[in-house]
Design a protein around this ligand. Structure first.
Ligand code: GLA
Length: 389
């Protein structure tokens, strides 16, 4: 893959000088959805698909970007003194946002770059192509300028900072964290309240992770994502009047039931309920997996989808159609939407011998219900972002 990116780089920008290469994966979240900005737990893993970058430092402060995914856009040129926060409407807003974030964090530089990118994460699929682009940019900047005091977790935080402040999406830390910190064949059990984490081996006992992309595009910015986040913040403020808590993630479901009437609006109460119960489900799911109980893990995935559908209301007919069809298939251990929702993907755990039939059946049922096809990926779990040799 990276060979093609390098060849493209030579063609666009020449082959001389110190050209370096980098990779950042996409991610899939197994359980713990819309908990990361509520101080709860998440359980994502890095994929082996992701974003490849070839870059060379320039002598001046110009920036030249080319994406092999957006050939028609061609080379996009700007410079380090042209950061237009929230105003750009092409993909270069993500790498530029991270360059801006580095400056904000005190890691300043005055040399620009020539950059070629190629990503094999479907865009807008909910597998974090934008966070992948952010983290690969951070890895590149750290390497090019020798900012060795920046840790991988810092890179994740700078990516999130750029997404929040430069691109105007109030996302949590899950995507950038899992992309920066992923580990082959492991999922990350992350407590977003304090960023403590452990790696859990993904022993799926003869089953595979299958991602189904609804092919309904979503962009976080124009989705209801920010609205959900502020509903949770309002609910938290109401609960804080009756209990001393810092986040919804601190509450057990029992505690929540005792004080939930402090939340005045029934819709907001449902949103907070999801955040609390989903956090509890995530903790239980990881325990089940560690005890070798994949069946229980699957049931908790299913319950997660129901809660995201009925209480959080972020699924939509496409994701519901995929999950409904999956639940009816033989060999399906669990199935749910993954990521922000409102389109994007589902994640299912499917017995290896049932995968082909699953893809055929769910694919046919989805197309009949929605009118266009879904795309399926049987995925492997890979390492986090880094420099390519
Ligand atoms: C998006 C955000 C994450 C997280 C998920 C929902 O992927 O970027 O921070 O909130 O949605 O779990």
């Amino acid at each position: 893959m990276i060979k093609n990116v390098l060849e493209c780089f030579y063609e666009k920008f020449g082959s001389e000088g110190d050209i370096r290469t980098y990779f950042a994966p996409g991610r899939v979240n197994l359980i713990g959805e819309h908990t990361d900005y509520n101080g709860g737990h998440v359980f994502p893993c890095a994929l082996t698909i992701g974003t490849y970058m070839a870059a060379r430092k320039r002598e001046d402060n110009r920036l030249r970007f080319y994406s092999m995914n957006f050939e028609r856009t061609g080379v996009v040129e700007s410079s380090l003194d042209q950061f237009l926060m929230g105003k750009e409407n092409n993909w270069t807003q993500y790498p530029k946002g991270v360059m801006w974030a580095f400056h904000q964090k005190g890691f300043t530089f005055d040399k620009g770059f020539d950059i070629v990118l190629y990503g094999n994460i479907p865009n807008g699929s909910g597998l974090s192509s934008s966070a992948s682009l952010e983290v690969v940019t951070g890895v590149m900047l750290r390497d090019m300028f020798g900012f060795d005091s920046i840790s991988m977790i810092d890179l994740a935080l700078y990516g999130q900072f750029s997404e929040n402040r430069y691109n105007g999406v109030n996302c949590g830390i899950m995507d950038q964290f899992s992309i920066a910190m992923g580990k082959k064949d492991h999922a990350i059990f992350l407590d977003t309240a304090d960023l403590s984490y452990t790696y859990a081996p993904l022993k799926l006992e003869g089953a595979k992770i299958v991602i189904a992309c609804s092919n309904k595009k979503r962009g976080l910015g124009d989705s209801k994502y920010n609205e959900r986040r502020s509903e949770c913040e309002t609910a938290l403020a109401e609960l804080q009047k009756v209990k001393d808590i810092r986040s919804l993630g601190e509450l057990s479901s029992v505690e929540f039931e005792e004080i939930k009437d402090a939340i005045k609006d029934p819709v907001r109460q449902k949103r907070a309920k999801h955040a609390v119960y989903e956090n509890e489900r995530t903790i239980k799911a990881v325990e089940a997996l560690q005890a070798g109980n994949v069946a229980e893990f699957g049931l908790l995935m299913n319950a997660s989808h129901v809660s995201l559908r009925d209480d959080y209301e972020v699924t939509g007919k496409e994701l519901d159609a995929l999950v409904d069809a999956a639940w009816k298939c033989d060999g399906v251990i669990g199935s749910r939407m993954t990521g922000a929702g409102f389109g994007g993907c589902t994640v299912s755990i499917v017995k290896t011998e049932a995968v082909d039939a699953f893809i055929e059946k769910v694919g046919a049922e989805y197309e009949a219900a929605i009118g266009y096809a879904a795309t399926f990926y049987v995925v492997d779990i890979g390492d986090g972002a880094g420099v390519l040799k």
